[in-house]
Write a protein that binds this ligand. Structure first.
Ligand code: PLP
Length: 438
């Protein structure tokens, strides 16, 4: 019996060739931490709808969907046309444009807290900006965040997420990292510190893998409001996905600021901070030289609202607003969850598939019998077994799927894709068994 790893090596010889070159060019041979793969990553040539194709000719059902940016699937024809048309007339005029107004209007239409908007190029930047705006607006310095929640890779977002290597201590000291889902900890931290803001991923860390209790969002809204603390929802993943109005609309909780990227840019780089006009207007020049020199938040950025991203973003957001893409992706996610739970039962493996809207988590080995029970599992017990995670990814590639413990659905996934994915998980469980892992 060929091992999972050997099977991967045997079916990806051309990817291995590329990796031999890439490993001397890039750290680990890759350009994003999440693209690290042992023994080597696979190299993609093109994509269509819910599928991508690698250099070895493998067709893969894609559940990483542009790190979550492709709710519409790959190469959506309307987005492709909008980008091509824009490319032909110009991509950067160092000037204001009609299309940025349209993009901004769509954001204010869809995002519940959005009275005003400022565009950036990445979610990392949007989160940096939201934190800085909150500090400038409140005159306070500390930000409360939650362990394992991801808010980009800037210095300020590192504590609670990654090693603090390279980040100055005074920066680390401005962040208060708390356990999620415990409002008493938040209240206590606010009483003891000069807290400017609370930021979180509204469905939980790792795109919802470590779930946030919906009641906690309510409690946060209440506590921040009572204490004059800015409540920031990082909707980089959940925005325009959890519902067309994001997690904020889905749960009916309106923060002061929310940050957006991924789907906002229609598959191209684009991000924004949206929220209360008073706070966004910390960027606005006033008739007050002292404020302009000492109080204002300055913000440049070569590619802010660049017409190419705006063209893709406007097209994607119009489709999100006018069509039922969220419902379709969520429906496919429900089908996937049901199929995964059925296969776990059939194979007599403890575990459960969970998830909010169009994101699904496969939790092999977790002994909970209903989806709601997931909220009570301590976050340290919720991570998948690292050996299963590592080999599960490879085994799923071997069976034609990019995704193992987390699936980001798009409206392009079909019922056939879901059925094939469930089959691939069944085959992966068999591989685990043959390899003595289960
Ligand atoms: C919740 C969250 N916030 C922020 C970011 C950072 O966004 P970007 O990769 O566009 O910088 C990400 C990226 O995955 C994210 O998942």
């Amino acid at each position: 019996m060929v091992s999972i790893e050997q099977q991967y090596i045997d079916t990806h010889p051309k990817s291995l060739e590329r990796y031999q070159v890439a490993k001397d060019l890039f750290p680990n041979g890759v350009t994003h931490d999440a693209r690290n793969l042992t023994p080597f990553p696979f190299y993609v040539t093109h994509s269509e709808g819910a599928h991508k194709f690698d250099v070895d000719g493998n067709k893969i059902i894609d559940y990483r969907t542009g790190h979550g940016s492709l709710l519409l699937g790959h190469n959506h024809p309307e987005v492709v046309k909008a980008v091509q048309d824009q490319m032909a007339i110009g991509t950067h005029w160092s000037a204001s444009t009609d299309i940025e107004i349209e993009w901004g209007k769509l954001v204010t239409e869809l995002v519940p807290c959005a009275e005003k908007v400022r565009f950036n190029s990445s979610g990392t930047e949007a989160d940096m900006m939201a934190m800085r705006l909150a500090r400038a607006y409140t005159g306070k310095s500390k930000i409360i965040r939650f362990r394992n929640h991801f808010h980009g890779w800037s210095d300020y977002a590192v504590p609670g997420w990654a090693a603090p290597s390279g980040v100055p201590d005074p920066v680390l000291d401005t962040m208060i990292v708390l356990e999620p889902n415990n409002i008493s900890l938040v209240e206590e931290a606010i009483q003891k510190n000069d807290v400017a803001a609370v930021i979180l991923e509204p469905t939980g860390a790792h795109m919802g893998q470590e779930p946030i209790k919906p009641a906690f969002l309510d409690e946060l809204r209440d506590v921040t409001q009572r204490n004059g603390v800015v409540f920031i929802m990082d909707e980089v993943v959940t925005g325009f996905r959890t519902s067309r109005t994001g997690a904020s609309g889905y749960y009916g909780i309106v923060p002061d600021l929310s940050t957006h990227a991924k789907i906002l840019g229609g598959g191209l780089p684009g991000a924004c901070v949206a929220g209360k006009a008073d706070i966004l207007d910390m960027i606005q020049f006033r008739d007050d030289p002292d404020f302009n020199s000492n109080g204002r938040v300055s913000h440049n950025g070569t590619f802010n609202a660049n017409p190419l991203s705006a063209a893709a973003g406007v097209t994607a957001l119009r489709i999100v607003r006018d069509e039922s893409v969220n419902d379709v992706a969520t429906e496919r996610a429900s089908q996937l969850k049901a199929g995964l739970n059925e296969i776990l039962t059939r194979k007599e493996i403890p575990g459960i598939a969970t998830g909010v809207a169009s994101i699904v988590f496969l939790r092999i080995g977790l002994d909970v019998d209903n989806e709601d029970a997931i909220y009570d599992v301590p976050i340290d017990d919720i991570e998948p077994r690292s050996d299963l995670k590592k080999l599960g990814g490879l085994a799923m590639y071997n069976h034609g799927v990019d995704g193992f413990d987390r699936f980001l659905l798009s409206a392009a996934h079909t019922e056939d894709d879901i059925a094939a994915t469930v089959e691939a998980v069944g085959a992966t469980i068999d591989d685990f068994r043959s390899g003595g892992l289960l």
